[in-house]
Design a protein around this ligand. Structure first.
Ligand code: JCH
Length: 279
């Protein structure tokens, strides 16, 4: 996979050279290039912004440097060279972080981890002139993406998060592929709590079942904690559970947390959900 990042703060992306992504590069699985948008300006002041048409606060990023930077990224092509394998050339993906983007999820990360060429355009100020996005659709699959419903000052932090989430899913990048298998079994539930040595710390014992060696009981205990946590912290995820994936023990834990299966959905006990049809 090739990853190109364009930013007016390229030093911000230095963290990508460390840890997981750095290892992927050393293994030849991923090639990362970070370029300074100002390299693609042609005026003496290396101007990248201007006032917004229609008025309003702040500044907007000018289209010309962006077009030049993105054309330069396109020229690099996929990595390794000829990653198409004789087939039709795949469209590179242009990810544009934006508070107005679709929310980036694990499903997005899995999808993008299979692509040959990802380009990330880090905006600043009030964002990038929208015509850059429109023009880019002629050359890229364009994906405006939000990290979540909160406002950052620019795209860099969002790109750090997205490249880390994507990079660890590139085949061969994670040392222990078992971790990925467990994650993919996550069934729309939050993770269970984890513990390590010492078995007793500040008068707090590790839950005894985890020391028991009973793999079936451990699996059931972990599943119970996942269900409890999800009910307490993420009611939206509980409401999205498919009842077909819930056994009797699951339903008992959810009932204890105030959720029941009714009308083919998981709903809060005692109202709200659609009534189950009477047979
Ligand atoms: C960004 C900005 C428009 C603030 C400039 C580029 C992404 N999830 C997420 N939150 N914020 C971002 C993000 C991504 C790229 C840029 N800004 C600052 C732009 C705003 O609304 C009018 C507010 C923020």
């Amino acid at each position: 996979m090739r990853v190109d990042v364009v930013s007016i703060f390229p030093e911000y992306l230095a963290a990508l050279d460390l840890s997981l992504i750095g290892k992927a590069r050393q293994q030849g699985l991923l090639e990362l290039t970070v370029t300074d948008l100002r390299e693609f300006t042609s005026d003496r002041h290396r101007t990248v912004d201007d006032t917004p048409y229609g008025g309003g606060a702040g500044m907007v990023m000018k289209p010309e440097p962006w077009a030049a930077a993105l054309a330069s990224a396109l020229e690099r092509g996929p990595f390794p060279a000829g990653a198409e394998g004789g087939g039709a050339a795949e469209r590179p993906v242009l990810v544009v972080p934006s508070p107005a983007g679709a929310v980036f999820t694990q499903a997005t990360a899995r999808d993008l981890a299979l692509r040959e060429h990802l380009v990330f355009a880090c905006g600043r100020y009030e964002g990038i002139d929208e015509r850059v996005v429109d023009w880019s659709r002629e050359h890229f699959e364009v994906r405006p993406m939000s990290l979540g419903d909160y406002v950052l000052n620019g795209g860099e932090v969002a790109v750090l998060a997205m490249v880390e989430a994507i990079g660890r899913l590139v085949p061969g990048v994670i040392g222990n592929p078992e971790s990925l298998v467990e994650e993919s079994h996550a069934d729309g539930l939050l993770e269970y709590p984890v513990y390590t040595k010492p078995a007793l710390w500040r008068e707090r014992p590790v839950p005894e079942v985890l020391l028991s060696g009973h793999h079936g009981r451990i699996a059931r205990w972990r599943r119970d904690r996942q269900l409890e946590r999800t009910a307490a912290r993420r009611p939206d995820l509980v409401a999205s559970l498919d009842p077909a994936t819930l056994d009797r023990a699951d339903r008992a834990v959810l009932a204890g947390a105030g959720w029941v299966v009714a009308g083919g959905h998981v709903v809060p006990a005692g109202g709200d959900g659609p009534a189950a049809p009477v047979a």
